[in-house]
Design a protein around this ligand. Structure first.
Ligand code: IFM
Length: 722
């Protein structure tokens, strides 16, 4: 079995939206959803752009979808040969994960349409497609191809002032509504058959209509080359888009694809995990790695990755803790330059975090829960819509999920510990750590009659229980952040000038003392028989089963959390919380503690978020529960292949790809099954290989070297790659 591609046979309109995610092709700059060329808006086609945001009226701010330049619709004698309008004899869609290439084969009876397309990993503004039409009947064929502006938006429209031009190259320009960011899309078509050509422009875009007489047995080919630029890339997006289109057409489709293939090959040399023993699992892992690798911002030095990647506008295209806790590990161990970009995004958005803290009356840096450009908070006060009343529900993710600042610090410090490279700390990272620690200093609640301080009124990773006190995860992360700030003086003991400058710049002299005092006082979690209480009062909540809580739902789309949600009064949690803490600090807990907490919390966890299963799997590896680790790995790694995960939170659409689970799959394989740990350029492995596997092999970047790790049931090796 080839574990590098996925194929789906058959067509049904119902699964076109899920297929848009499954067959996504992307390159960090843009994501082209895996819908067919002729897809109508109903099937959610989109070219989702990274880092370009817009707000329409008072609706949610979200990333912009560009006009779709690979639109093609075929008809024969005025009969549409188009999915959604015509029932095909057969239809197959395929994605080649190794090359990031989408292809389809549709037999309409009268003609067979085959296509292949890619977004270039080598030239990130370039998209290209190649179509082959085999006719089985004589007739008058028509191909309508061009740049479609019939855009799918969750909270749009976002593009205005459309202007079109046509000739050898089609051009569509527009500006975003809020910030007036110009955007341009160009498309060039090359065909190998004689035809008449006319142009159409209208509300739905700019098109060329090719008409040609065909005979049974004729084969016709069409190549499309397209480019997308915005005003964030260049002062003249239109000119750049046209120039790139023309240059790509001179270069030719095959050469452009070869260049992209080579770029993908470099990515896989750095990161591909070979899993032997279970081909389905190996495929799921390759798929996961592809979905995450395809959205890495390799073209930029300071971008992060949205929680649903480039698969659409879900979660407002915002950056969550997913970046630091779930995406960062694969990148720091395989492609540290991408990890650096994620961290630089946080360093550069520190002003946004300082502003947010000040707005709430705190000092220091409180990062956005849903971070958009410049660190702007995208999370609204009403993030869920009630399915019964259709009214917005007040949620507190934005205000209370304060662990976000410590999550940023966690990745910054782990980057330093893993690579031994202090350049990011010197270039603003230390300031981020100091400002985040200062935030916890001002956020902590002191009681005149107690030694310890609390973090009251917070939300932990389990978002179903809102406004709790002393969430164990939050307290430990806050302590880690404070400890990291204090550790800076140690890390830079040979650079007293640097610490002195930082102290002066931030007016931090008194804060060093206050932090040292705070560290010893942060409330440690309560425990019962070795089980950490998730937050004060958690053990007193109703202890019932997941099925009982599920049985109380009146509507499948009902939101479980918040004031009136079914989970609130119970111990049922949405996702790993105490176990997430244990997965991040495994060395801080004994195997007995890990086992006791795992056994307690796992049956009480809904795994209602795609971030959950991998945390449980990592801990399961540590305690030798390899049976469960394997099941959780399969669940995590296959999520985007099977089209899993929740699609709705209340009435809000939350579908898309699941990069956190994709990163989680790599984490389970490398950090869990292989037991990989790299500290200051020293690699150790303590494997926990499940019985389903015979061998794991993967590259790891350690300092300047790339090592190829092989793990079997007999032992492991780590060899330097030539
Ligand atoms: O960051 C997560 C959060 O933990 C759970 N809801 C979805 C978010 C984005 O993935």
């Amino acid at each position: 079995m080839d574990t590098w591609y996925f194929e789906k046979r058959g067509w049904d309109s119902q699964s076109a939206v899920a297929d848009g995610n499954r067959f996504l092709i992307a390159n960090g700059y843009m994501g082209l959803r895996g819908t067919v060329e002729e897809a109508a808006r109903l099937h959610c086609p989109a070219v989702n752009l990274a880092g370009v945001y817009d707000r329409h009226a008072d609706r949610w701010r979200e990333p912009v979808n560009a006009p779709h330049p690979l639109y093609v619709r075929l008809s024969l004698d005025a009969r549409p040969l188009a999915l959604g309008e015509t029932e095909p004899v057969s239809h197959t869609q395929r994605i080649d994960y190794r090359r990031g290439v989408f292809s389809r084969h549709t037999d309409f009876g009268a003609a067979v349409l085959e296509s292949e397309r890619f977004v270039s990993l080598a030239q990130v503004h370039l998209l290209a497609a190649r179509l082959k039409l085999c006719f089985r009947e004589d007739g008058e064929a028509e191909l309508r191809t061009g740049i479609s502006t019939d855009l799918w938006d969750l909270n749009g429209p976002h593009l205005f002032d459309f202007a079109f031009s046509h000739g050898q190259t089609l051009l569509c320009t527009a500006v975003t509504g809020e910030k007036k960011i110009p955007l341009a899309v160009a498309q060039r078509a090359v065909c190998d058959f004689r035809c008449t050509e006319r142009f159409e422009t209208g509300e739905d875009g700019v098109f060329r209509v090719l008409r040609f007489a065909v005979k049974k047995g004729d084969v016709c080919r069409l190549t499309l080359l397209a480019a997308v630029f915005t005003g964030l890339d260049t002062p003249d997006p239109a000119q750049r888009a046209v120039t790139l289109c023309n240059q790509a057409s001179r270069q030719g489709y095959a050469a452009c694809l070869r260049e992209s293939d080579e770029a993908w090959e470099r990515v896989w040399q750095a990161s591909a995990v070979e899993m032997h023993g279970d081909d389905e699992a190996a495929l799921a892992l390759h798929a996961s790695q592809y979905y995450l690798n395809s959205i890495a911002p390799r073209h930029a030095a300071n971008l992060s990755i949205p929680a649903r990647g480039l698969s659409g506008q879900t979660y407002k295209g915002a950056v969550f803790w997913d970046s630091e806790i779930f995406f960062f590990p694969m990148f720091v161990h395989t492609q540290p330059e991408v990890a650096r970009s994620l961290l630089r995004y946080r360093i550069e958005t520190l002003p946004g975090a300082l502003k947010k803290a000040a707005e709430y009356g705190y000092r220091g840096a409180f990062y956005a829960w849903e971070s958009q450009e410049g660190g702007a908070e995208g999370c609204t006060d009403f993030n869920v819509v009630d399915v019964f009343t259709h009214r917005p529900v007040r949620t507190y993710f934005r205000d209370k999920q304060i662990h976000i600042s410590a999550d940023v610090v966690y990745a910054l410090r782990r980057y330093y510990e893993i690579t031994g490279d202090d350049s990011l700390l010197l270039a603003g990272g230390a300031e981020v750590i100091a400002q985040c620690a200062r935030f916890y200093l001002s956020r902590a609640t002191r009681h005149p009659d107690r030694e310890t301080v609390d973090f009251a009124d917070v939300i932990g990773p389990d978002e179903y229980h809102e406004r709790v006190t002393n969430n164990a995860f939050t307290n430990r992360m806050a302590a880690y952040c404070v400890e990291s700030a204090l550790a800076l003086r140690d890390i830079f003991r040979a650079r007293p000038d640097f610490i002195a400058a930082l102290t002066e710049k931030l007016d931090y002299a008194r804060d060093w003392e206050l932090l040292a005092d705070l560290l010893g006082r942060i409330r440690k979690p309560r425990t019962r028989k070795g089980v950490i209480e998730q937050f004060d009062g958690y053990f007193a909540l109703e202890d019932c089963s997941l099925d009982t809580v599920r049985g109380r739902l009146c509507d499948a789309r009902e939101y479980w959390g918040g004031d009136h949600g079914v989970a609130g009064p119970t111990q049922i949690i949405k996702q790993a919380d105490v176990i997430a803490l244990m997965a991040l600090f495994p060395e801080a807990f004994s195997d007995a503690q890990l086992a006791a907490n795992w056994a307690y919390y796992e049956p009480r966890t809904e795994h209602g978020s795609s971030l959950s299963a991998c945390m449980y799997a990592l801990t399961a590896c540590r305690i030798g529960r390899l049976d469960r680790a394997w099941e959780l790995f399969e669940k995590t790694a296959s999520i985007d292949l099977v089209g899993g995960g929740k699609q709705w939170a209340g009435e809000i659409y939350i579908g898309g790809t699941h990069p956190a689970a994709n990163g989680g799959a790599w984490m389970i394989a490398a950090l869990g099954f292989a037991g990989l740990r790299v500290e200051k350029g020293r690699l150790t492995l303590s494997p926990h290989l499940p019985k389903q596997l015979t061998r794991l092999r993967f590259p790891v970047t350690v300092g300047e070297e790339r090592l190829l790790v092989t793990v079997t049931h007999e032992g492991w090796t780590a060899e330097k790659e030539e």
